[in-house]
Design a protein. Structure first.
Length: 364
């Protein structure tokens, strides 16, 4: 399904904002004073859109679950006195009604909600007939179709001011970041919907504030349109996500250090050089394809030979040796071991699949 989108310049949200677009504010609204002081300092940095969670989806019960609609007047005060736009997360019909009633300028859908088609449909139905901008966070699991499905449900309900937020994906076990970025997913969204507003949420990817700058920079390097950053006037005392919130002062420092890249240039010399480099890549890619095809042909011959001699396809010892050789040679060539493992596992699997169909074919 093609998404019918309205360009972000027409949303009336990011006026006077230069690239990158920045939304910032606390994980949760906790008190009027906390919201107002945070918003005031962010506004002084030129940030015009405040984020604040009112209803907080928490992993375990008996944690702080947000102040709910009691926080709406605090957001309205920020809009009234500071002229900032205000945004919050909605996860069910009740949240949608309360947020719309208060005239919240933008909504976002959390990662646990975009993963749930029933909840998404309920929210889309509740938003029908409005034109409020909605940003959809990636579902917690790395499923690009589910993410797109959430956008489609909203679009089918008539919403055209849609964007996405990349906040990383849950993974079991210990990782450097709280949520693994898996950048290939937002890149796939960009490929399918080149015009869609795409923000990165480095706070929820990082989990710890020291990692936020490198993630924000990577998002800029990949051409994201902007950032949504968690910021709290006093992060140490935050009732949720304390470790990943930045003071407004540190948000300012982060933004000043960001290197912003252009998506194109008119510089002739650059164009000539990049064209030459790309031509070289194209040649290398076709050589890679020729080599892969050749490898598969040899592998087919091995398959036939194994069949004639009634030998199993998988020879664990041989596979182990191939991997060892690949890793040690690849390492010397400066290639990443994890990358090599992925590529060679894929090649090996494809080769096994071809040998299986040879084994199962009627021909002797
Ligand atoms: C949030 O933005 O505070 C939030 C709950 O994020 P996510 O849905 O990405 O976990
Ligand atoms: Mn949070």
């Amino acid at each position: 399904m093609k998404l019918e989108l309205q360009e972000v310049e027409e949303w009336g949200l990011f006026e006077n904002t230069t690239h990158p677009l920045v939304i910032a504010g606390p994980c949760s609204a906790e008190s009027e004073e906390q919201i107002f002081r945070t918003a005031y300092d962010l506004k002084c940095l030129g940030i015009n859109v405040l984020r604040a969670g009112l209803w907080k989806p928490r992993t375990r019960p008996n944690c702080f679950e947000g102040v709910g609609e009691a926080g709406l007047p605090w957001l309205l005060r920020v809009r009234g006195e500071l002229g900032m736009k205000i945004s919050t997360e909605v996860a069910n019909i009740h949240h949608v009604h309360e947020a719309l009633k208060a005239g919240v300028d933008m909504l976002w859908i959390g990662a646990r909600t975009s993963a749930n088609p029933f909840a998404m449909q309920e929210i889309a139905d509740a938003l029908q007939g409005t034109d409020v901008p909605v940003l959809v966070k990636n579902p917690i699991n790395p499923d690009v179709e589910l993410w797109i499905g959430a956008l489609e449900r909203l679009n089918m309900a008539g919403l055209k001011k849609l964007g996405v937020i990349h906040r990383g994906f849950s993974a079991y076990g210990k990782h450097k970041y709280r949520n693994v970025p898996q950048w290939q997913l937002p890149i796939e969204i960009r490929r399918r919907y080149p015009g869609i507003l795409m923000l990165c949420d480095p706070s929820h990817i990082a989990g710890q504030r020291i990692y936020i700058p490198e993630i924000a920079q990577q998002a800029m390097d990949l051409g994201f349109d902007g950032l949504i950053i968690e910021s709290h006037i006093c992060p140490e005392t935050a009732l949720s996500d304390a470790a990943q919130q930045l003071t407004p002062v540190n948000v300012g420092k982060l933004l000043r250090k960001l290197v912003i890249r252009n998506d194109h240039t008119e510089n002739i010399e650059y164009k000539e050089n990049i064209d030459e480099l790309r031509a070289r890549i194209d040649v290398i890619d076709s050589e890679l394809l020729d080599l892969l095809a050749l490898r598969m042909k040899v592998s087919d011959e091995i398959g036939k030979y194994k069949k004639q001699n009634n030998i199993t396809i998988l020879q664990a010892g041989r596979w182990e040796k191939i991997l060892e050789k690949v890793f040690s040679y690849g390492d010397k060539q400066g290639l990443d071991i994890e990358f090599l493992e992925k590529i060679f596992k894929a090649i090996h699997q494809a080769s096994i699949d071809r040998q299986s169909s040879i084994m199962q074919s009627e021909k002797k």
